[in-house]
Design a protein around this ligand. Structure first.
Ligand SMILES: [Fe+2]
Ligand SMILES: [Fe+2]
Length: 147
């Protein structure tokens, strides 16, 4: 059986690959490519964050009882911090500003890389453990939501 950890880790990898394609388009001066890949990147990351905040973190909090100072609180705070570079990336796509995209993307990934590592190494495995036999049902919901 696939785990929540594996499913969400795959989504991180997919999203990273889209970011690489957007960066390549920005470097090459490919305006159509930057618009396409940049828009896709923003959609996919926003959906990923929604799945975490609406499905995974509530399940984590309910099952572990870790709320006030737990890892889900820190992850939510980091999602909030990401909103500023994400806003700049959205503006860069709208303006087709390749240099602006690269700057904002660099700022985002300085946060996103360690954030994803914490989720993959700590939070998702704790959630898989805490869900036990109910992990499959939650995973089915996650799959529909990230698809
Ligand atoms: Fe996250
Ligand atoms: Fe994540």
């Amino acid at each position: 059986m696939e785990t929540i950890t594996a499913c969400m880790q795959n989504d991180h990898v997919d999203i990273d690959r889209i970011a690489e394609r957007a960066a390549a388009a920005a470097t090459a001066g490919d305006r159509v490519g930057l618009e396409r890949e940049g828009t896709l990147f923003l959609q996919r990351l926003e959906r990923h964050i929604e799945v975490e905040e609406n499905l995974l973190f509530p399940a984590f909090e309910e099952r572990t009882g870790m709320t006030a100072a737990g890892p889900s609180v820190q992850m939510r705070e980091e999602h909030v911090e990401m909103q500023e570079p994400l806003r700049r990336m959205r503006e860069a796509v709208a303006a087709n500003d390749a240099a602006g995209w690269q700057r904002a993307s660099k700022a985002l990934f300085e946060m996103l890389v360690p954030h994803n590592q914490k989720e993959e190494q700590m939070m998702y495995p704790m959630l898989d453990d805490a869900m036990g036999a109910d992990a499959a049902a939650l995973l089915a919901e996650v799959r529909v939501a990230v698809a």
